[in-house]
Design a protein around this ligand. Structure first.
Ligand code: 5GP
Length: 118
């Protein structure tokens, strides 16, 4: 059965998103309710609910996903260098505060002060 959450619908093109990156495996777009000057969401196209569902067999694609984060952050407004940078958050499950049940990394950045809600 196909997923029916908003991110699965964005992947299928059923809902619009302000996309900043797409390839065969991953999609990144702006969060609809940004918690920082830069707030991107990076998701895999494969069906994975959260980090609770990954294991050693997922290391290769997860590594490719992680390696995209600095590229996307810097291409979309995060400042480089030690005075810049970004924050990465992956909420997992109800106790982790996850609202959308499809694995995603929040990429948050931009000049402070900003109050992260995640
Ligand atoms: P979670 O709490 O699951 O870690 O984060 C879900 C994030 O998805 C929230 O930051 C929320 O603002 C964002 N979000 C929810 N629905 C949509 C949507 O339809 N489009 C976009 N671009 N972001 C969404």
């Amino acid at each position: 059965m196909s997923e029916n959450n908003v991110f699965a619908r964005i992947i299928r093109g059923e809902l619009p998103a302000n996309k900043v990156y797409e390839d065969d495996e991953f999609l990144a777009f702006h969060d609809i309710d940004p918690a920082a000057p830069v707030h991107l969401l990076l998701i895999p196209k494969r069906h994975v609910v959260s980090l609770q569902d990954v294991g050693p067999e997922d290391a290769a694609w997860l590594g490719r996903m992680m390696a995209l984060i600095p590229k996307l952050a810097l291409e979309n407004g995060c400042r480089p260098g030690p005075e810049g940078g970004f924050r990465v958050v992956a909420n997992s499950g109800d106790d982790g505060g996850q609202e959308v049940p499809h694995l995603h990394f929040h990429i948050l950045g931009g000049e402070r002060p900003w109050k992260p809600k995640s």
